[in-house]
Design a protein around this ligand. Structure first.
Ligand code: IDP
Ligand code: MG
Length: 139
C-alpha cells in the first residue's frame, strides 16, 4: 500500500455527547478504511492553538476553543488510499445546514440556534495538514 494516506479525524465534543462516535467509526469502517489510532482525549488551549493555528485571529476563535473544550473528543487516524479527500467528502460542508444529506454533518448536524457551528467532526484537509495534525494529536 505505497500510496496509502493517513488523515486525522476528531469526533468533536457534540459528537461524543450525542453518542455519534459509533456512527462515525461505522462509516469509516464501512468504506474500508483502517483505524490506525483511536483515543478518547480532552483538548487543552495549547493543543487547540496548534491545531487551529490558521483560525487563531478569527472572531469565532474563542467560541471555537470553548466548543472544543466542552467535553471529551475522540481522536483517530484513518488510513487508506485517498482517505483525506474521501473523508472530507464524507464529513460534508463546514456548516451543517449546508452540508449535503448523506454526509456526517448533513445527516447528524443542524443549527442549534446558539450562533455557533457545531458540526460533529473535524477532518484534515490536505496531506500537509494531515501530517501536521497527526503529529499534534499523536506525538
Ligand atoms: P472545517 O472544519 O470544515 O475544515 P474550517 O473553516 O477549517 O472548517 O473551520 C474550523 C472549525 O471552526 C469549523 O469546523 C467550525 O467548528 C468552526 N467555524 C468555522 N467557521 C466558523 C464560523 O463562521 N462561526 C463559528 N464557527 C466556525
Ligand atoms: Mg479546516
Amino acid at each position: 500500500m505505497s500510496n496509502s494516506e493517513q488523515v486525522l479525524v476528531l469526533v468533536k465534543p457534540d459528537g461524543v455527547e450525542r453518542g455519534l462516535v459509533g456512527q462515525v467509526l461505522a462509516r469509516a469502517e464501512a468504506r474500508g478504511y483502517r483505524i490506525a489510532r483511536l483515543e478518547l482525549r480532552r483538548a487543552t488551549p495549547e493543543l487547540l492553538a496548534e491545531h487551529y493555528a490558521e483560525h487563531a485571529a478569527k472572531p469565532f476563535y474563542p467560541a471555537l476553543v470553548e466548543y472544543m473544550m466542552s467535553g471529551p473528543i475522540v481522536a483517530l487516524v484513518l488510513e487508506g488510499a485517498q482517505v483525506i479527500t474521501a473523508f472530507r467528502t464524507m464529513a460534508g460542508a463546514t456548516d451543517p445546514v449546508k452540508a449535503a444529506p448523506g454526509t456526517i454533518r448533513g445527516d447528524f448536524g443542524r443549527d442549534w440556534g446558539t450562533g455557533e457551528i457545531l458540526n460533529i467532526v473535524h477532518a484534515s484537509d490536505s496531506p500537509a495538514s494531515a501530517a501536521r495534525e497527526i503529529a499534534i494529536w499523536f506525538p
